[in-house]
Design a protein around this ligand. Sequence first.
Ligand SMILES: NC(=O)c1ccc[n+]([C@@H]2O[C@H](COP(=O)([O-])OP(=O)(O)OC[C@H]3O[C@@H](n4cnc5c(N)ncnc54)[C@H](OP(=O)(O)O)[C@@H]3O)[C@@H](O)[C@H]2O)c1
Length: 320
Amino acid sequence: MLKQRKLGKTNLSVSEIGLGCWQLGGLTTINEISITYGDVNEQTAVKIITQALELGINTFDTADSYSLGNSERRLGKVLSERRSEVNIFTKGAGVPSYNESSPFEIDLSYHHLLAAIDRSLKRLGTDYVDLYQAHAAPQSESDFVNLEKAFGKIKSEGKATYCGVSVGLEYQKGIELINRGIVDSIQLYFSLIDFEPVMELLPLAKKNGVGIIVAEPLSQGFLTGKYHKDTVFPKNDVRSRYSPEEIKTKLEKSKQFQVFSTNSRTMNQVALAYVLNRDEVSTCIPGSKSVEQLESNVKSSEISLNSQELDKIEIIQRSW
Ligand SMILES: NC(=O)c1ccc[n+]([C@@H]2O[C@H](COP(=O)([O-])OP(=O)(O)OC[C@H]3O[C@@H](n4cnc5c(N)ncnc54)[C@H](OP(=O)(O)O)[C@@H]3O)[C@@H](O)[C@H]2O)c1
């Protein structure tokens, strides 16, 4: 059965591989911009969630903005029968935008977060979530103050047991949130390509008992070895926003790790084993679009990289 770890100093035991649910809500666009990874229909989403439970995954990460609530709705339908056995993590702050260049604006105000969690709970069909996360890092002093106040209120009303922030690549903001004692967890991008957290953020989180949730551990699929420099993502895929130069850079970096995959471990498994090698990581939450992808990802829990391999990985990363 899949191993579990503690989420920082909380009481939550999380499977070391969780399920990222961004792709499970189905095709959705805002201002004709795709906000998800192509189409995953409801039947497939239900199969993925059901098989995740079967494989020992007990931690599910979603957000109100994923397919405009549809990821939460689909997840809630399957998990309602198993509510006491699972950890449901959701997020709020993204507001569909009237600005044509970007699909979401961020609202970290106290009243927005309080209203957003109520709407999430309704869609999820539950009266609490195990973790509520702000879906973006605070940008101003008032954002920090609002977050702290909103998290206090949400926890005191029992709507979330714990609260955290998803900072993406804004690692310095994660460090500030930990130092100010505002969060139980930080969600961030961490992978063979985005390795900066190993320097300061991960050790600091461990010292302070703050849980670490790794988003995009496969660098949105670029660390699976299946994409090439001439790959063009369809318009209904969120990755179509990347320029050919951005795709080329990601692929050139990821290609350097292909030497670590063998007949018995695929590139995606090496990528997940790399993040799980860090004991500061509580859970990594790769997104899967099929049961086959899910099963392959879960097998990473049985793989470990030896110290020579980790040294070689570091040499590659430091050469960039
Ligand atoms: N700001 C935030 O808070 C934030 C941002 C991003 C993500 N997240 C969370 O983190 C989760 C994970 O991130 P992510 O889904 O964006 O990226 P990811 O996990 O790095 O990559 C997911 C993509 O990789 C491909 N893939 C997955 N498993 C595979 C396998 N075994 N073999 C081949 N390809 C595979 C799939 O797409 P294709 O098959 O189409 O290539 C899948 O959509 C999300 O679901 C979400 O819960 C949070």
